[in-house]
Write a protein that binds this ligand. Structure first.
Ligand code: SF4
Ligand code: SF4
Length: 96
């Protein structure tokens, strides 16, 4: 895995995986995140925002965000390194 992810950092055993196309932008997940770094972030579509982790290492893996989503737009994955890299290296994309 990438050198961007130190083996020494504490990581949860699961992390959120956002599916931007399903998100309606309600921000319920953001309001339920106690880590405070799940924030609404602009996608490749101007004016359309979805949740994205600013500092994924601070995610506890609590799944409060997933529980808050009625749209199935934020699920938990055990592919933690891949999820961290995605949050760090990419912006959310809605394929149009
Ligand atoms: S799993 Fe918990 S800490 Fe991580 S983004 Fe979701 S609500 Fe926040
Ligand atoms: S992921 Fe779900 S809860 Fe979060 S903003 Fe999108 S629709 Fe709302």
């Amino acid at each position: 895995m990438s050198e961007l992810i130190s083996e020494n950092i504490r990581k949860p055993n699961r992390m959120p995986w956002v599916v931007p196309i399903y998100c309606d932008g309600c921000a319920s997940c953001v309001n339920r995140c106690r880590s405070g770094n799940l924030i609404m972030t602009e996608t490749n579509v101007e004016g359309v925002y979805v949740p994205w982790l600013a500092e994924p290492e601070k995610c506890s893996g609590c799944a409060n965000c997933t529980d808050a989503c009625a749209m199935g737009a934020i699920t938990m994955t055990s592919y933690v390194n891949e999820a961290i890299l995605r949050f760090k290296e990419k912006k959310p994309v809605i394929n149009t």
